[in-house]
Design a protein. Sequence first.
Length: 365
Amino acid sequence: MRHLAFEPTQTTWGDLVTVKQGKYVAKSNLASSRSEDAPVPTVGANGVLGYVSKPSYQRRVPLVTCRGSNCGLIQYPLEPVWVSNNAMALDAGTDEANSFIYYLALNTDFNDVVSGSAQPQITAGPLKNKAVSVPPREYWPAIAATLGALDDKIESNRRAVTIAEHLGDALFAAAASESRLLSDVADITMGSSPKGADLNEDGDGLPFYQGTRDFGVRFPSLRVWTTAPVRTAAKSDTLMSVRAPVGELNRASADCCIGRGVAAIHSDTHPSTLYYAMRSSSSAWDKFQGEGTVFASVNKTDVHGAEIRWAGDGALLELEDKLRVIDARIESLESETQRLTALRDALLPELLSGRIRVPAEGIAA
């Protein structure tokens, strides 16, 4: 019989942490970039919305998305942030405790406290009452440190990818000399969702992406598959969100199925150039970002008629060769990150349950 390092205890999220929904910030009060007057990121349902002058907390705090299609998504910003009303903070009171709470939340399925159909939401009451199994507190630092070491390397890779992408942006900006309609330089496929009965989480069929929920730094994560794809994207296609937030980009790491919230932008000859062209032309989608409406979106006509920056024919071949070298390095970094993430996710439930031993404060491993 295998002996556990400890016996987890049952409690509720409300007894474990302070659960508090963030506060709304009008778009007019958000700076689009970090500055001395607005140094603090504002975090919403799926990342940074803009910048403000002060944070909601003076420490890092785990967040759970509480509105929209990303309900239940866990975020742990790298610095103190302003929390928008689309997320709830799970604050245990100290940086050390919050590091552990992040991993506990990451191991928790919050779908049972999601309500609403047209606009999914998580409210404070059900979240506070949700049961959770927790290791003894003396084990929290060791568990967080073990998993944090993997996340540190993952974050290092993310920074390297960001630097490489900025280099690609600079190369494209130096070569871009004209503007073209997107439909003149690319083949565009608007997504269409398969039936729910044809979806699975077992890896059967093609990866399926409905929107930005699974978008990563460069490539989307694997979460849902379909055995009956309706519209597909090819490996290396640019994937673009056509629903709020409109214009978010990823690259397809393999052939995949795309749902209604995604369009595939394809080039046989210049896939890397096309991706960086899309990155440089993000302002093309600003007018569709939902001013005064609930849900921003673009349709086929909008996407086909979008104007993007492009390089002249004489520069395209050399530019594509340079950008492909950068993209190969990014793909290598992202592959390593996927392996590290898989290892972290496999260790996570084992450490939290006590099935894998870690040293605790005052207790030998």
